[in-house]
Design a protein around this ligand. Sequence first.
Ligand code: BES
Ligand code: ZN
Ligand code: ZN
Length: 471
Amino acid sequence: MSSHRTRAVSRPPSASDLVSFHFKGEKGPAGVPESEFNGGRNAVCLLREGFRRTLHVGLGSRGRFGSDVLRQAAGVAARTLLRIGRERLAFDARSFASDAQAVVEGAWLASYKFEDFKAASARRQHALKSVEVWVGSRDLRTAADGARVGAEMAEATNLTRQVGNQPPNVMSPARLADEARRLARQLKLRCRVWDERALRREGFGGICAVGQGSANPPRLILLDMPAPNRNAPTVVVVGKAITFDTGGISIKPSDGMEKMKYDMAGGAAVLGAMRAIAQLKPSIPVTAIVPAVENMPGSRAQRPGDIVTTLSGKTVEILNTDAEGRLILCDAIEYARRLGCTHLVDAATLTGAIVVALGMINVGVFTNHEGFRSKVLEAARAEGEKMWPMPLDEEYKDLLKSAFADMANIGNRWGGAITAAMFLKEFADPVPWVHLDIAGTAWIEEAKPFLAKGPSGVGVRTFVRLVMGWE
Ligand code: BES
Ligand code: ZN
Ligand code: ZN
């Protein structure tokens, strides 16, 4: 586990390669001309100094510095050194002791790659074995705390990526429930799983409607982290886990459909976050709820025109079976309310429309409570997860009118991410609620110098920071 292989130290460890950070236009490594290394962002220069190697990494200009710059630079360093077979790294963080968390996160996040289905001969030969953060002796405590948090954050995020990388023939709803049970056993969390019969019996109409077209029946997963203070606010985090989204009868075009295995990214993020939460122990209770469903066009599948009675009692006319995320989430949200939660956050790869609006850079953030949203945005900013507030005016509600049921499951062509969020709001109100649409950000399309291609694990660090920082 990365937390066991991460340390803060107060003198340069001799068994490791050293990584040294440089700002652009400031003093660089001795004897290297500026034409070769000028400290530009993520630029690297490897020097052999006696028996030790030092990798110099650029941070760009000091004026634009933030902890995310350091996170990426640490990642670039880890990937560069792994490529040449170096597995033990020490970061010279004497000027960055308060950012030890970001350094550690960057290194462990960068070291992850999914190779479960590759022949042994094609797998990477080297894995990151240890990370040390070298700081001044007065900063040792601060850096040790930061390093521990960073290691747990990275471990949780990499777990989310590992779950998300499993192909959809492996990661069925039942398998995701097994992952949650395993996590609960390891971390001493309470876990409850509803199978399809229990879901039908207890009235989870939205989850059952989406799941009925698949031979892999749905599950509802609950993980619970109690806290000593029973009067504390109770946060519930909900994550959409469509293990594969074909669109159902409103089937998607085949081009690019293989990517719809990442439609469970929200659920995976919530499970990953619970790992770090169980280790770091916030003072408030936290519950994770994950509806896990496969959206298939089988002979029992729901049809456009069906009217579904959701757990809340509200009826929904299905106009498009590809708008399935909101149907499973509305039951999970209703259940969270019944648990008596005081704050609700969800993460979901909910709409293609959010990708149109914000591209693949920012998560779209929707809310019925601006104060709570500020808290979430602040946590996201501190963790280097880019998020952007989106509107949710009452006027959008008209677009969800149905002639025959309480609501329709889609709006019109425009503002699709907002009407989807509006649908969820109808179930969350009046509980303070924040919805993260991660459809554009949960998947990294092209490998970066500090991160592998595939699931990004977005949301994990924000969730953990949010509940850890609760006053
Ligand atoms: N899982 C998709 C959203 C999605 C799209 C995620 C692209 C990641 C990348 C969701 O279930 C969906 O299909 N939404 C529809 C809604 C529409 C039918 C109103 C969409 O966005 O097209
Ligand atoms: Zn869909
Ligand atoms: Zn979907």
